[in-house]
Design a protein around this ligand. Structure first.
Ligand code: PGA
Length: 262
């Protein structure tokens, strides 16, 4: 399925709390050998290491004669530029490290660290303010799916996450649909089910920000994406990329996902 050129697929590796900066360097070096120039022409790739690895990865990506076209990403940030927020990292600090994509509202942040929709919305605005691109996450629990509440949950998260964001900014954003029951479980949503929810996300964006933004916003699927299911998921008309956890920790697996079209 060919996507409009404005929706170049984005495959993102969310490393979560894995890999120290030595391991991060090894992984990104391997990726830079495995992912070819043609791959980069067809697919955008981002990696989201832990904060302590960002400078190392950034330096490596910039150190070659031709910068390596893997985009640097972060997993989280605070919404303020600076202040007395012990343990937090600001969007200004990430922008200074050439971070391009920042995940906002991952279900682990929401469930384990109490991030609310209002927090996520402030974060999305702050990431945009600092010239970076938010990857806004949404997704339902298994109970919500079984109760038929998937659409309502995802709609509410997308509406809240995008509140007050200009349509042109929404158009350039990424939204990741990640059913919580599929994250780290080995259980993937069927490509049909994933497509249905991603189409819902796009229609919510159309209501909020208009048809142009809806046609341009990139929607990723996340939740146990692996080399064996990436092509089928990516073939869906409203799936423009993948947010990959476990399978992004091994260079070979992640490169094979990036090469899903081969
Ligand atoms: P998973 O994680 O690929 O390990 O299921 C996805 C995510 O949490 O982004």
């Amino acid at each position: 399925m060919t996507k409009p050129p404005v929706r170049k697929p984005l495959i993102s590796g969310n490393w979560k709390m894995h890999h120290n900066h030595f391991e991060a360097l090894q992984l990104v070096q391997k990726l830079s050998y495995l992912i070819s120039a043609e791959d980069h022409d067809a697919v955008e790739v981002s990696v989201h290491p832990p904060f302590t690895d960002l400078r190392t990865v950034q330096t490596y990506l910039m150190s070659e004669k031709e910068p390596i076209p893997i985009a640097l990403g972060a997993q989280h940030c605070h919404h303020e530029e600076k202040g007395a927020f012990t343990g937090e990292v600001s969007p200004a600090m990430l922008a200074k490290l050439d971070v391009r994509y920042v995940i906002a509202g991952h279900s682990e942040r929401r469930e384990l660290f109490g991030e609310t929709d209002a927090d996520v919305n402030r974060k999305v605005a702050a990431i945009l303010k600092w010239g970076m691109t938010p990857i806004l996450c949404c997704g339902e629990t298994l109970d919500e799916r079984e109760a038929g509440a998937t659409e309502a949950k995802v709609r509410a998260q997308v509406e809240a996450g995008l509140a007050g964001i200009e349509p042109a900014q929404v158009a350039a954003m990424v939204i990741a649909y990640e059913p919580i029951w599929a994250i780290g479980t080995g259980r993937t949503a069927s490509s049909e089910d994933a497509q249905v929810v991603c189409a819902t996300v796009r229609s919510v964006v159309a209501e909020l920000a208009g048809p142009e933004a809806a046609g341009a916003v990139r929607i990723q699927y996340g939740g146990s994406v692996k080399p064996s299911n990436a092509a089928e998921l990516m073939a869906q008309p409203d799936i423009d990329g993948a947010l990959v956890g476990g399978a992004s920790l091994e260079a070979d697996d992640f490169a094979r996902i990036v090469q899903y079209r081969l």
